[in-house]
Unconditional design. Structure first.
Length: 184
């Protein structure tokens, strides 16, 4: 009986952390949907944090930010926000763990851009211009695909004259209708 209990305890001790892995961290929830821009600062009056938030509030930058499907995360003194709304402590810690930052000196703010694929695209300490962030996004393959797909609207092709034959039936020479797209 004791050996069964010991075996079960060891099994739970080894498998527990595997089952408790954070599958619903903020970055995994954003994957494929948006591009997180994360600012980690030690103070709410950090010059990098203040200047970047101020420049992102300008109308042109605000529009460019939204157009590129971006989300702003800020972490100040271990208090996190997503687009200006407070996050709970567990989600903030999960975000920091996901970034795998390790120990870092608290003298400069850190700006991190994560792509839709979940990979870090920019990891910059100190002030950064939003135009640099936007140009990095525009060079990403996913952004190029989105830009190519957005302006192309379906163009209606003119219908060809109906082939001669009985009015209610399609003739042998009539082209087959293309298959309908599948909804997954």
């Amino acid at each position: 009986m004791f050996s069964r209990s010991l075996t079960l305890a060891i099994l739970f001790a080894v498998a527990g952390p595997l089952f408790a892995a954070d599958g619903d961290t903020p970055l995994t929830q954003e994957r494929g949907k948006s591009r997180p821009l994360i600012i980690i600062a030690s103070s709410s009056v950090d010059p990098t944090l203040v200047s970047l938030k101020k420049s992102l509030d300008e109308p042109a930058n605000k529009e460019a930010f939204a157009k590129r499907n971006m989300v702003l995360y800020t972490v100040v003194n271990m208090i996190g926000q997503r687009n200006g709304k407070d996050m709970d402590a567990q989600a903030t810690m999960s975000l920091i763990r996901d970034l795998k930052l390790g120990a870092r000196p608290g003298d400069q703010a850190q700006v991190i851009l994560v792509g839709k694929d979940g990979e870090t695209k920019i990891d910059h300490k100190g002030a950064i211009d939003p135009k640099e962030i936007f140009s990095t996004i525009d060079q990403m393959p996913m952004a190029e695909k989105e830009a190519a797909a957005a302006p192309s609207a379906p163009v209606a092709e003119p219908k060809a004259a109906a082939p001669a034959g009985k009015p209610g039936k399609a003739g042998k020479n009539a082209p087959a209708a293309p298959p309908a797209g599948l909804d997954d």
